[in-house]
Design a protein around this ligand. Structure first.
Ligand code: GTP
Ligand code: MG
Length: 214
């Protein structure tokens, strides 16, 4: 469990991000998918990262220091249609530069709304991560919005799409994965899946940080 979570800084570009050697984990995904809410749920602080019912709330790279040992990063969403072309381009560059140039980035969590069918923009983004060798996991969000059966069906359908077993909703330009990345199912509303997510982060941290005293 996280004891201390503190906001550090908002940066407009990777070049201005904190100079630090701490391992870093970032949340990315479409606008409104629930990135900021999940950070708040993990930290048990609803006011830590700013959230909104309207997409396009987070527009900078936000660093949070966790237990003085690692950083959580809240990124802007991608693909927000109403944002306008130049704003979308600006955010895309900010996100891409962060993913490619941030040496401290240990793992990226790609958030996907569990209610929707696989979207091309997410699949293409994950393909790009694969091509660039950026390690990532998939986090399904808003699990509280679906019943148990529907949720299981949607997750299975998503996995099948990634594995190339279901080509109904995406075209052939989307690559097929041989192996699935780690997958988490979460709800910030009900605090579902947050322990699993933290355990995964701690497991990675343990490979290069000294153990905590508590
Ligand atoms: P941007 O910063 O605009 O890219 O969005 P974001 O991905 O940070 O989303 P944010 O956390 O601001 O949440 C968007 C909306 O979804 C808010 O109204 C949240 O209350 C809601 N939301 C987020 N997570 C959950 C969840 O697990 N369950 C439910 N029911 N609503 C959620
Ligand atoms: Mg946000």
């Amino acid at each position: 469990m996280i004891k201390y979570a503190n906001f550090v800084i908002s940066s407009p570009d990777v070049a201005q991000c904190p100079q630090s050697t701490l391992p870093e984990y970032a949340f990315i995904g479409r606008s409104n998918v629930g990135k900021s809410s999940l950070i708040n749920a993990l930290c048990h602080n609803p006011k830590l990262a700013k959230t909104s019912q309207k997409p396009g709330k987070t527009l900078l790279i936000n660093h949070f220091l966790i237990d003085n040992r690692w950083h959580l990063v809240d990124l802007p969403g991608y693909g927000f249609a109403q944002a306008g072309k130049s704003q979308r381009e600006k955010l895309r560059r900010m996100i891409e530069r962060y993913c490619l140039l941030r040496d401290q980035l240990t793992n990226l969590f790609v958030l996907i709304d569990c209610r929707h069918e696989p979207q091309k923009i997410d699949l293409e983004f994950m393909n790009w991560l694969g091509e660039q060798g950026v390690p990532f996991s998939i986090v399904f969000t808003k699990a509280d919005k679906l019943g148990k059966e529907r949720l299981a069906m949607n997750i299975e359908a998503y996995q099948n799409t990634l594995l190339g077993k279901n080509t109904d909703h995406v075209d052939d330009s989307v690559a097929v994965w041989d192996e699935l990345p780690p997958i988490f199912i979460t709800s910030s509303e009900k605090n579902t899946g947050t322990d699993e997510l933290l355990a995964y982060i701690e497991q990675i941290n343990a490979t290069f940080l000294p153990p905590t005293s508590h």
